[in-house]
Design a protein around this ligand. Structure first.
Ligand code: SF4
Length: 397
């Protein structure tokens, strides 16, 4: 089964570090966006039904179209990401979920995730999102310190974040994920661990930990220079990561991916498709898709997206059929992000390649320095190795 991703490109304000595809909320554009997403989903469903292509008008090169199947294609996850999906009205989320159900065979035990920012939710709104079909909430908390939130120009406070989690529980959400960011300007190891402990105290089912990346053109870069904020040295960043993972595991949140921990049975089923050689269709501006060995991206501009969908034009850009070597490289690269790592037997079955025979000479040095572990046919990063994951992954790409 594949996953459905819906990109919601609107935010109430633009954070100083943000590198996502998003823009300021505009009610008129948002209304047109919802119409366009519903139309795009219906079109993709029709294409799958005809068994000729995932999305006929969206795929500019006819020879890229991939036979799928004559029955409705089956999906088991829907993920609303952004941007700030919680700025949509619950009825709009319900309409988009309904469009997915009409276009695809969405399983009954589906996982439907919505990302939410603390300042945009109340118990009543969350209860309405729940009724709209959302059963997993991912809350962008980022930090449990107000000074850090201010430096990131976030709109919410720590109190608001705690209130959002309480409101989510009261609204009936029993599958809650929190996002935290580490290695923030002026953040010490102990301040970071304050946020980790505060998150643990709220007993979420899932947590994602991201290391702040300051992009060259991010306003945060100027803020850092102007205010002379410093960032902890690399060794401290490593300590932040390792200590956080140990505390989270002690609290019953098991690490399953470089940046993600979960209680048993609460791993993100949608995101696992990205790391386990799965398939997904993305809808909305800038959304990516991977299906039948073809990868494409939608046009990024929301304005152009709604106009092109309205005219029935192609919205796909960067359409590319992956070569067998690229597919293999991607499968290995992403599997290495998982604590379970690469299953050599599964790769042999799917791609006909003996991973160790092909890459062993390049991987051996990483095993010798304790970054990589080899157990039977499995290859996985050690926790220290996760800090150097990109270096190990370059072997495969
Ligand atoms: S809320 Fe998220 S998507 Fe929106 S500007 Fe901030 S970081 Fe970017």
């Amino acid at each position: 089964m594949f996953g459905l991703y819906i990109h919601v490109p609107f935010c109430s304000a633009i954070c100083n570090y943000c590198n996502f595809n998003r823009g300021l909320f505009d009610a008129d554009l948002k209304n047109r966006y919802v119409e366009a997403v519903v139309a795009e989903i219906a079109r993709a469903g029709e294409a799958a039904l005809k068994g000729c292509a995932t999305r006929p008008a969206a795929t500019p090169e006819p020879n890229v179209a991939q036979p799928v199947r004559a029955a409705r294609a089956a999906a088991d996850t829907i993920y609303f990401g952004g941007g700030t999906p919680s700025l949509l009205e619950p009825e709009e989320i319900a309409r988009i979920v309904g469009a997915c159900e009409s276009a695809f065979d969405v399983s009954l035990d589906r996982e439907v995730t919505m990302e939410a920012n603390p300042e945009s939710v109340t118990e009543a709104r969350l209860a309405a999102f729940r009724r709209a079909g959302v059963n997993r909430l991912s809350v962008g908390v980022q930090s449990f310190r107000d000074d850090e939130l201010r430096r990131l120009s976030r709109l919410h406070s720590v109190d608001r974040a705690r209130a959002a989690v309480g409101a989510a529980r009261a609204a009936g959400f029993d599958n809650l994920s929190l996002d935290l960011m580490m290695w923030l300007p002026e953040q010490s190891v102990s301040q970071w661990l304050e946020s980790v402990d505060a998150a643990i105290a709220l007993a979420p089912e899932h947590l994602s930990l991201y290391m702040l990346e300051v992009y060259p053109n991010a306003p945060l870069k100027d803020d850092i220079a102007r205010a002379r904020w410093s960032q902890a040295p690399d060794d401290d960043a490593a300590a932040m990561y390792v200590e956080a993972m140990e505390r989270l595991e002690a609290a019953g949140l098991e690490q399953y991916e470089i940046s993600n921990v979960a209680r048993p049975g609460r791993r993100s089923r949608h995101n696992l498709k990205y790391w386990t050689d799965g398939e997904w269709l993305g809808f909305g501006p800038g959304a990516h898709s991977t299906r039948g060995g073809v990868r494409w991206k939608n046009t990024s501009s929301t304005q152009e997206y709604v106009e092109q969908v309205g005219r029935g034009d192609s919205i796909a850009v960067d359409v590319r059929r992956l070569t067998p070597d690229e597919r293999l490289g991607d499968a290995l690269f992403t599997a290495l992000r998982l604590v379970d790592g690469i299953d050599g037997n599964a790769i042999q079955t799917r791609y006909g390649v003996d991973v160790w025979r092909r890459y062993g000479a390049d991987l051996e040095p990483f095993i010798e320095v304790g970054c990589l572990r080899r157990e039977g046919s499995r290859l996985s990063l050690t926790r220290q190795g996760m800090l150097l994951a990109h270096e190990v992954m370059t072997v495969f790409v």
